[in-house]
Design a protein around this ligand. Structure first.
Ligand SMILES: [Zn+2]
Length: 142
């Protein structure tokens, strides 16, 4: 546990932020995996759902991650995700196309929501399909 305090002086829990597509088939699985990878409980992270997830509509709507990153020094884990097996945000596109878009936007998010010496940020990437969840994190586990 961090002993860093919020601006209010209250002890701060580690916090997280998770972004995903609204698709009802995968949001629960992605949340559960995010919780397993971060150790965060549901009430410790913000959830931002938009059609197409991180490479879809959410790509243009940075207010939510900006707000969390800028206002909460206890934010440590940021999750970015999308899914295959057909996504309404990417009509007619296959899984490879969507995964490629996801990985491209994650590179930008890592630059925008930077780790600092006092505040290491771990970026978690999830790509859900009918077969399961592909996962990657930055920095990788040593
Ligand atoms: Zn979708």
């Amino acid at each position: 546990m961090s002993d860093e305090t919020e601006k209010t002086g209250e002890p701060a829990l580690p916090l997280g932020f998770l972004q995903m597509c609204i698709d009802r088939r995968f949001h629960r699985a992605v949340q559960e995996r995010f919780e397993a990878e971060t150790g965060l409980a549901t009430q410790q992270y913000w959830l931002h759902a938009e059609v197409g997830g991180s490479p879809g509509l959410a790509k243009k709507r940075r207010e939510a991650p900006d707000y969390c990153y800028e206002n909460f020094p206890a934010l440590r884990d940021m999750g970015w995700s999308a899914h295959g097996s057909k996504c309404g945000g990417f009509p007619g596109r296959d899984d490879d196309y969507i995964l490629k878009k996801l990985r491209k936007i994650v590179k930008k998010r890592i630059k925008r929501y930077r780790s600092t010496h006092h505040r290491p940020i771990v970026h978690h990437v999830f790509f859900a399909t009918d077969e399961g969840i592909w996962y990657e994190r930055f920095p990788p586990v040593k």
